[in-house]
Design a protein around this ligand. Structure first.
Ligand code: NAP
Length: 276
């Protein structure tokens, strides 16, 4: 079993340097895949209302027998923005998960045209105060949105989960996070297995360390100080993805991967893209 190191979030919670994405892990096979990840050593599980797999995640947590060691993440969808709506949404998530606490609760997208993410955030602060949620954070927030959130409520998110991979290294946003004590989490850290993994520079760096291209990319996230959440349905690939704590990239290799930058891959600009 792999031991995944942890960092401490701005609320004092111990948080893994790598976690499991669960998008598309549904049904009995999805539950089995999540159980196998916990057996491999994953302790951070990323779910969302919109992945329609909270029941599977909750079932896997119960089957694992180590509920207290796991950080279960879920997210408020755009359609539930607003104070009362968010409280009700959290109650729905808790029921589907079958758990008495959400460990990390995120606003999935800011949806600026709806204009309710501040009310949503205030509800999340209340949910944390009443113990229904342990850590609160956001996803797909820009520095301008984070600044407003902090200025208006005095509570900085523990985490901002954003699109991040060598094609979109997000240097400016990461610098903002570092300045404000916000942990970066990388979604689609493998760029969804696109041509990234066959980029010559990725192959060269992997070969230099005797690791796979996937491991080279995930190690890059770790060294940037961002927690990647690669999704895999296969126990073998889950183990490969978690095994990135026994080697280090050089500064030049970290820079060479970031030099693949070309921008967002799926037009998910938080100022314009909205998800309900
Ligand atoms: P990803 O993790 O970058 O890539 C997943 C793909 O890579 C799957 O097709 C997987 O296939 C494959 N893969 C995984 N490990 C591999 C390996 N070692 N070798 C070869 N292929 C491998 O993409 P993602 O699922 O889009 O992102 C990860 C997670 O981020 C999601 O599952 C979700 O939890 C979260 N997310 C959040 C947001 C947001 O807005 N907050 C948006 C997108 C995603 P197999 O399963 O067959 O291994």
């Amino acid at each position: 079993m792999v031991t995944i190191p942890t960092v401490t979030l701005n609320d004092g919670v111990s948080f893994p340097e790598l976690g499991l994405g669960t998008y598309n892990l549904r049904g009995p096979e999805g539950t089995d895949a999540i159980v196998s990840a916990v057996e491999v050593g994953y302790r951070l599980l990323d779910s969302a209302v919109s992945y329609e797999n909270e029941a599977e995640v909750g079932e896997a947590v119960r089957r694992s027998g180590i509920r207290d060691e796991l950080i279960v993440t879920t997210k408020v969808p755009g359609r539930d923005h607003g104070y009362d709506e968010t409280i009700a949404s959290a109650e729905g998530s808790l029921e589907r998960l079958g758990l008495d606490r959400i460990d990390l609760y995120l606003i999935h997208w800011p949806n600026p045209s709806v204009g309710k993410w501040l009310d949503t955030w205030r509800a999340m602060i209340a949910l944390r105060e009443r113990g229904a949620v342990r850590s609160i954070g956001v996803s797909n927030f820009t520095p301008a949105m984070l600044t407003r959130l902090i200025d208006e409520t005095g509570v900085a998110p523990a985490v901002n989960q954003v699109e991040l991979h060598p094609y979109f290294p997000q240097a400016e946003l990461r610098a903002f996070h570092a300045e404000h004590g916000i942990r970066t989490e990388s979604w689609s850290p493998l760029a969804r297995r696109s041509e990234l993994l066959s980029e010559p520079v990725v192959g060269e760096i992997a070969a230099a360390h005797g690791v796979s291209p996937t491991q080279a990319v995930l190690r890059w996230h770790v060294q940037l100080g961002s927690t990647p959440i690669p999704k895999s349905a296969s126990a073998e690939r889950q183990a490969e993805n978690a095994d990135v704590f026994g080697f280090s990239l050089t500064d030049a290799e970290v820079a060479a991967l970031a030099a693949l930058e070309r921008g967002r891959l799926w037009n998910g600009d938080p100022d314009t893209h909205e998800e309900m």
